[in-house]
Design a binder for this molecule. Structure first.
Ligand code: CDT
Length: 303
């Protein structure tokens, strides 16, 4: 057994007016709680440093830029890294990333893994961007991720750390089986992901009423079918009038939920995750080398 005591640090809403310093303080408080409960790793949400700004059409470039990080860590986020090193705890953090390459601005919806010494050991950029590039109009909130980010260009890498094989995804990625399978083929043992999921995202009452069901369905299926732990962490509650789902979870390789948040506020949940648990599945029903038939899956990459 390889036990990894893991925390999911769900966040309640972040107001548009909340400063990075205030938000980092909230993250640090939850990191301390996680460490106090013996955890070695804490998973924060997607875009955990600001409000979920893709809900608005923001035409002023300087205003838009203010939601992105141009360096990581920065003066505002350094205290989180310092506290991680002081406590000896690692973390996953989602944030909006702005890089300038050849004089051109590039924007990504990004996450990092930071080890227990405060060093960045892995980076991922969200591949599946939901929503639209142009505002749809006629609705209270837009979902403009396709406008504000380009698709990630790093694939789905895995990283050795915390005694196992670690992977990352971000929000909408969790709904796609390919996300987990690409990491599953690299032997992933824990997938960390953060999400911001508004209840009105489908603009269809039937679909929207199943928001929390689909949240768990996706992560439980991904975990089971790839024999991996999944740690899904929400930013949730009523954020600037947009209601978002919570129910952050830690899912075992069996597909079972072993911990779940019961508020839509800042809340830390924890589980003792045995990274060896997936081996039972990886050597039997999901022994990929013996049972997969990739010659019949060509269509998946051709279309
Ligand atoms: N952040 C994010 O990816 N949210 C989407 C919902 C919006 S779909 C327009 C999700 O898949 O949860």
């Amino acid at each position: 057994t390889r036990y990894l005591l893991t925390a999911s640090a769900q966040m309640g809403p972040i107001a548009r007016s909340e400063t990075r310093t205030d938000t980092v303080r909230r993250l640090i408080a939850m990191m301390q709680e996680a460490k106090g409960r013996g955890c070695e790793l804490v998973v924060f949400p997607e875009l955990a440093l600001t409000t979920f700004f893709p809900r608005w059409l923001i035409e002023d470039e300087a205003e838009l830029d203010s939601f992105y990080e141009t360096e990581m860590p920065s003066a505002a986020t350094q205290p989180l890294f310092d506290e991680a090193a002081r406590l000896g705890i690692g973390f996953y953090l989602g944030y909006a990333e702005l890089v300038v390459e050849g004089g051109v601005k590039r924007r990504f919806n990004t996450s990092i893994i930071v080890d227990a010494t405060g060093r960045i050991v892995g980076k991922y950029r969200k591949v599946h961007l939901p929503g639209t590039a142009e505002p749809l109009g006629g609705r209270q909130f837009e979902h403009l991720e396709k406008r504000y980010f380009e698709p990630g260009d790093l694939g789905f890498p895995v990283f050795r750390g915390f005694g196992g094989v670690m992977g990352m995804a971000i929000c909408n990625d969790r709904r796609w089986p390919e996300t987990y399978r690409v990491m599953g083929l690299q032997g992933v043992e824990m997938v960390m992901l953060g999400y911001n999921t508004p209840f009105d995202h489908g603009n269809n009452q039937c679909m929207d009423s199943l928001t929390l069901f689909h949240n768990h369905l996706s992560m439980q299926a991904g975990a089971y079918q790839n024999a991996t732990w999944v740690v899904g962490t929400a930013k949730c509650g009523n954020e600037e009038g947009s209601r978002m789902g919570g129910q952050s979870v830690i899912v075992a390789p069996s597909g079972e939920i072993v911990a779940m948040a019961c508020t839509v506020e800042d809340e830390v949940i924890t589980a003792r995750c045995d990274l060896d648990m997936g081996n039972t599945y990886k050597t039997t029903i999901f022994d990929f080398a013996r049972h997969r038939r990739p010659e019949h899956y060509r269509l998946i990459v051709e279309r």
